[in-house]
Design a protein around this ligand. Structure first.
Ligand code: PGA
Length: 255
C-alpha cells in the first residue's frame, strides 16, 4: 500500500515529438497552469533531447526529465553522447532509464542500464526506472517474474540511501502506444508485487512512487489513480495534447 500522504506524479514522455515550435507552444500551455496543477500532483515533462536544456532554463518551474543518458559518466571525447553530468548542469533533475523502446531498439541491456543508474545518481539526478513485460511473457504467466527481475537489476546497484532518488514506472510493453491499457486490477496486481518486492531492499517501500504507463488517457486515468499502489502515470501519446495531459493530472491530483 502506498503512502497516501504523498503526492502522485504525472510525467509526460514526448518521445521523439514534436518539432520545436509546436513543443514550445505545448510547453507554454502546461507552464501556464503549472503553479496551480502542481499543488495537487507532481508534474514533469520529458521532451526530446535537443530541447531539454532550453526548457530546463525556462521560468515557470516545470521539472524537466531527460529521456535517456549515456553510459559515459563525465565530460570528454565522446562525440554524440549526452552525460548525466552535462544534463544536470543545464538544470535537468530527472532521467528515464530503461524505457522499453531503448531496451528494444537501442541495445540497452542490464549492464548498460546499471551503468546509467550509477551515472544518474553520481550527477544527483532522480531516476524514473521503467520495467514491464512483453505480451508473450504476460501470456506465459511470467509478468510478475519478469518485472521483479528487472527491479532486482536496478536494486543490485543501489545503496540503501539511493532509493530516495528512485521512481519506478511499470509499463507493460504490449500497452505502450497501442491503445490497450492494463486493466486497473492487472496494473494494481503488478504494482503491489513491485511494492512487496521492494521491501527486501529498502524500509521505504511505501514511499517509493510507482507509476503506471501504457496508453494512459483522460478516459482511464481516474480508475488507474484509484488503485492502492498506483502513485501516478508516465504518459506518452496523451501528453502531446495539453488538454488531455491536464485532465490526466486532474485525475491523479489529490486536491
Ligand atoms: P503511451 O506511452 O502513453 O503512448 O502508451 C507511454 C510510454 O511509453 O511512456
Amino acid at each position: 500500500m502506498k503512502n497516501v500522504a504523498q503526492k502522485n506524479w504525472v510525467i509526460g514522455n514526448w518521445k521523439l515529438n514534436p518539432l520545436f515550435a509546436d513543443a514550445q507552444q505545448l510547453f507554454q500551455q502546461i507552464s501556464a497552469e503549472y503553479a496551480t496543477l502542481s499543488q495537487g500532483c507532481h508534474i514533469a515533462i520529458a521532451p526530446p533531447m535537443p530541447y531539454v536544456g532550453y526548457f530546463a532554463q525556462q521560468k515557470g518551474g516545470v521539472p524537466i526529465v531527460a529521456q535517456d543518458i549515456s553510459t559515459v559518466a563525465e565530460l570528454g571525447a565522446f562525440t554524440g553522447e549526452t552525460s548525466a553530468k552535462l544534463l544536470q548542469s543545464t538544470g535537468v533533475n530527472y532521467v528515464l532509464i530503461g524505457h522499453s523502446e531503448r531496451r528494444e531498439h537501442f541495445a540497452d541491456d542490464d549492464v548498460r542500464l546499471q551503468q546509467k543508474v550509477k551515472n544518474a545518481l553520481a550527477a544527483d539526478l532522480t531516476i524514473i526506472y521503467c520495467v514491464g513485460e512483453s505480451l508473450a511473457q504476460r501470456e506465459a504467466g511470467q509478468a510478475l517474474t519478469v518485472v521483479l527481475e528487472q527491479v532486482a537489476v536496478l536494486a543490485a546497484v543501489l545503496t540503501k540511501d539511493d532509493w530516495s532518488k528512485v521512481i519506478i514506472a511499470y509499463e507493460p510493453i504490449w500497452a505502450i502506444g497501442t491503445g490497450k491499457t492494463a486493466s486497473p486490477s492487472d496494473a494494481q496486481e503488478v504494482h503491489a508485487a513491485i511494492r512487496a518486492g521492494l521491501t527486501q531492499y529498502t524500509t521505504q517501500a511505501a514511499e517509493i512512487s510507482l507509476l503506471y504507463g501504457g496508453s494512459v488517457k483522460a478516459e482511464n486515468a481516474v480508475e488507474l489513480a484509484a488503485c492502492a499502489d498506483i502513485d501516478g502515470a508516465l504518459v506518452g501519446g496523451a501528453s502531446l495534447d495539453a488538454a488531455s495531459f491536464i485532465s490526466i493530472i486532474h485525475a491523479f491530483s489529490q486536491q
